[in-house]
Design a protein around this ligand. Structure first.
Ligand code: HEC
Ligand code: HEC
Length: 371
């Protein structure tokens, strides 16, 4: 305390002394630097926003790596195929069957599709996932969408699985999801002649063909086809009128304000692991939750350091509630939180509406069957 008072006194009367005083109090020096930087950053005038013409917006988007989804099966393979898991129509069909079949769970009670409803945004719209025997995810985690998930560089809220094939091992074994061991999965499927024959056909080079690894490969192959086509894709391909005026304003904000830095690539997310919240006002440091919403479940992301795999934004308007623990119901509120805590500047209500209109233009239907 005494040091602070001396320091303030010095600041007013003895500018030379203060520098010496601070250098002998490293903590104080640090506090002063933080205060100056914080003040400088938050008092900077906001860079002026210019509404780009559709063509300018499109070429900027393509320049930074935003992409429309592929339009042919060959193009799809070029984008999503994994070298050790070639996509064949038979394998995709087997994967689709497994995805929808509760046989992969104890007492045939739950399938992947119970929590990932393909026709309804690829998730379940519950705040927290409910699996075997009605058990909730112990960390109160929300089911993310499986649509376009194969485009991500890692899977799960903390990015702990490298791809969809590896990811599939998780829910089958989790006691609160499907609750089977790999041996039980193989034993159950082996009692079904139709599955035995299908695995022999699809994995003809493998002996045995019916293995847990191949169950994961078949499901992964199916998930790799779950890309969705939207008005946004038509815009990126050159149709200036695919997006409404409002959605174009929202896309402009998305690009100029910096959402694109994290929600990047064809999937508009999934490529990196980022800290959240990034810019937390000093006035909120004593809040109960480390997040700008209740800390239900206590999940703190990767290494418990609030690092999360950036979620994919395609179909986000159909995947409420939001964030890792599903604590936020409204997309508008999710966008407000992002602008304030990830960009450091809260959007106005009109800007939030524009961004939501843009996000709605990302709603799409699976391309498989159409290509
Ligand atoms: C009980 C509900 C439930 C079931 C059943 C379930 N999931 Fe999930 N799924 C979740 C939850 C919750 C997460 C997020 C968990 C986490 O991050 O730890 C998730 C994450 C995923 C992801 C990662 C998506 C991303 O963007 O990170 C994929 C892919 C996925 N599940 C596919 C599957 C497949 C395939 C099956 C069946 C083998 C399955 N799920 C069964 C609830 C479920
Ligand atoms: C610094 C990286 C970063 C920036 C910039 C960023 N986001 Fe995010 N976004 C994230 C992360 C990380 C999460 C997940 C946080 C969590 O669930 O705990 C997220 C979550 C979201 C969600 C919720 C998704 C879901 O399925 O629950 C939406 C919507 C979203 N962001 C939109 C935006 C918009 C719009 C912008 C620009 C205003 C933006 N984000 C800027 C990293 C970022």
């Amino acid at each position: 305390m005494l040091a602070i008072i001396t320091c303030i006194f010095n600041a007013c009367y003895k500018p030379v002394d203060i520098a010496m005083n601070l250098s002998s109090h490293p903590l104080m020096l640090y506090a002063v630097i933080v205060a100056i930087v914080y003040g400088a950053v938050f008092s900077l005038p906001e860079p002026e926003l210019r509404q780009l013409a559709p063509q300018e917006l499109r070429s900027w988007a393509l320049d930074v790596g935003l992409r429309p989804v592929p339009q042919s099966f060959d193009a799809l393979r070029a984008v999503v195929e994994k070298p050790d898991n070639p996509l064949t129509p038979e394998k995709i069909a087997l994967g689709e069957r497994l995805f929808n079949d509760p046989i992969l769970s104890r007492e045939d009670s739950v399938s992947c599709a119970s929590c990932h409803i393909i026709e309804d945004g690829g998730d379940d719209n519950f705040a927290t996932a409910v699996g075997y025997h009605g058990l909730q995810n112990p960390k109160h985690l929300n089911s993310p969408t499986v649509l376009n998930a194969a485009l991500a560089r890692s899977q799960f809220w903390d990015g702990r699985a490298p791809d969809v094939e590896a990811q599939a091992a998780g829910p089958i074994q989790a006691p609160f999801e499907m609750n089977l061991t790999p041996e039980e999965v193989v034993a159950k499927l082996s009692r079904r002649p139709d599955y035995v024959a299908a695995f022999r056909r699809v994995f003809a080079d493998d002996e045995p063909a019916l293995t847990f690894a191949n169950v994961r490969k078949a499901i992964g192959a199916y998930e790799r086809t779950l890309l969705t086509e939207s008005a946004y894709d038509r815009f990126l391909r050159g149709d200036d009128r695919a997006l409404s005026e409002q959605a174009l304003r929202g896309f402009n904000l998305f690009m100029q304000k910096g959402c694109k830095g994290c929600h990047a690539g064809m999937s508009l997310g999934g490529l990196s692991i980022q800290r959240f919240p990034l810019h937390r006002p000093i006035t909120e440091v004593l809040d109960n939750s480390p997040f700008p919403f209740p800390n239900k479940g206590g999940f703190l992301g990767r290494d418990e350091r609030r690092y999360f795999r950036v979620p994919l934004l395609r179909n986000v308007s159909r995947t409420a509630p939001y964030f890792h623990n599903g604590a936020v119901n409204e997309l508008r509120e999710a966008v407000r939180i992002m602008s304030k805590y990830q960009l450091g500047r809260e959007f106005t209500p009109a800007q939030i509406d524009d961004v939501v209109a843009f996000l709605e233009s990302l709603e799409g239907e699976p391309i498989l069957g159409k290509i």
